[in-house]
Design a protein around this ligand. Sequence first.
Ligand code: MTE
Ligand code: MO
Length: 348
Amino acid sequence: MAASPKTTLPPGQQLVAPGKWPLVGERLPAASDAPWTVAINGLGQQAIRLNLDELRSLPQVEQAVDIHCVTRWSKPGVRFRGVSLAQLLQRVEPSRVAKYISFVARSDRQHSTSLLLDTALGLETLLALEVDGSPLSVEHGGPVRVVVPGRYFYKSLKWLTAIELLAEDRLGYWEANSGYHNEADPWRQQRYIPARLTPADAKRLLATLDIQGQDLLGLPASGLTLAGLQARNALLRDADFRGCNLSGASFDGANLTNAHFEGANLRGASFRDADLEGAAFQGADLRGATLLAASMVATSFCPEGGEQPSSDVQMDAATTVDRALIEQLTPTQADWLRHQLSRIARPT
Ligand SMILES: Nc1nc2c(c(=O)[nH]1)N[C@H]1C(S)=C(S)[C@@H](COP(=O)(O)O)O[C@H]1N2
Ligand SMILES: [Mo]
């Protein structure tokens, strides 16, 4: 059962179990012996650099923030405490031509994300040092992370080391490389940019039944007959395979974040080491399928509370599910899957 049924969630989101906070993206900052600093530069009257003591000595604000990850999990009411972006920017006096703000991480890939400056300020963006009364842990972005309330959590950069004020936007890591929507408003479900392929183009491409390794964000394939599809290591975020015949297909190693498989025939299909965060399988036929997936955070198999009931997923004794990954599911999904698996008579 959902923990706090009164919480209103944006469309397509599921509550994580109380106390759970999934890790997403990079796990650690870049190794360095240099003391942590946050530099603010670009289009301001002054460039400044603050160390952690200086950040801690500024007035601290606390905000209860609802976390909404683009991969469909939400964690409401997380108390972040730190320095407000508005307060910090007073010290650099942004120039009138500064329209965008880019946040840069001290991480191996110099992960970044950006926002319209007015949006960042309007949403009361915070540079968080603490969460729920304790210092932010390293894996969740400590010692200092950005928290942007009211946007998908990929706008909340971990391990903040630089803030830049810009006249032109500079797309962030996910936004530039993975098709993540640059506005990221969860109430408007701004998760991804639209697919590059039309349904007709997709159909032509898929006639070869081989899309291994290809980057096909949002692939519009619903309803197609794709038995035996070879899709190993393909990037299929947000792909639409609703109602497809995908029996015997291989999605091993594929990125299927938020992919749609509702009502699909997935008999004997293989999902070894696939990323299934936010993927939806309601009403799919998973008999004989292998779900030894890399991640099943917020993967869904049954309706969440309040959603329209749909027909059940089908599984049989030959369906292989990684039991440890069931722990990653939201409580509703985990209960349902455990129940489903216990009903299946497994020969020993
Ligand atoms: N430096 C950095 N910040 C990042 C990411 C990342 O990969 N690197 N991932 C983003 C994404 S997609 C999400 S959902 C959140 C996840 O934060 P968490 O791991 O604390 O839950 O961090 C965001 N900030
Ligand atoms: Mo995310």
